[in-house]
Design a protein around this ligand. Sequence first.
Ligand code: SAM
Length: 295
Amino acid sequence: MFSYRHAFHAGNHADVLKHITLLIGLELLKKKETGITLIDTHAGAGIYSLEGDYAIKSGEASEGVLRLASYCTENPNEIPDGVVQYLHEIAHLNHPQSQSIKTYPGSSQLLLQAMRVQDQLKLIELHTTDYPNLVENMTVSQGEYRPKRSVQIFQKDGFAQLKAYLPPPTRRGLCLIDPSYENKDDYQFVLTALKDAIKRFATGAYFIWYPILQRRDATELPHQLAEFCKDHHLPYLQAELQIKSQILTEGLAASGMWVINPPWQLKEQLALCLPFLVKALGQDDYSRYELTAND
Ligand code: SAM
């Protein structure tokens, strides 16, 4: 089994970019009443302690959500709506008077919190430890926050499974594809899963996270996604965030979100959030954002 555990990385800058983009996208889709099927192909454990051994050892949240929260406290009048919403969802799990964020919601918990009664949530996680953790976390959360929500959790291969849930009954869907890329074949699996998914459900909103690394398969993925979208006549949006020099760091300095069929106004909202995130999280002159679309 893979050694990747998201608990090491929870609340890092990549999670900040991914989760802000995801929440804004869902909020925009929710402007229509019809129910949405939400699919998280690589769900993780759902809830993470930022005081646990994993998080403390990596210290990644201090370069991500913790740094963002401090910056927002110091600059309360500048905060864009998408960041306000993100911090609001995080506050659900943290004591209101607590100065720091001790518990971090992963994508599945955020989707659970933000979904409506008419929406469905399908979570897929393969890991032998994170799957039971996810089931436990979601069971507690579901009981506490949203007793009537429709949530299904599967211990399966998210890449292979995605197509099984498409098209959704209401023909409205948001799919998050968020592999760890620990397995180098993940880059190709993303493309294969997307090809199968688009064949069945060409109008779904697909949110794909990718790392920005000096490796050939990593640098090729955005080009392959652009080619894929061009071949299939699909609108897309690409948002990237870099917080420091890649050369001077051993860890991840930058990542991106690729959104196929981006919800209306996602680009406009990200255009407000991304420069703010560079100011809040940027550590040196290499800090930057990119926001492009093909429409
Ligand atoms: N989406 C989560 C979030 O934002 O909070 C983080 C997910 S983490 C980057 C990737 C997860 O995928 C890990 O928990 C890993 O165990 C799981 N995983 C790895 N290969 C998988 C596969 N083929 N299908 C489903 N889950 C997989």
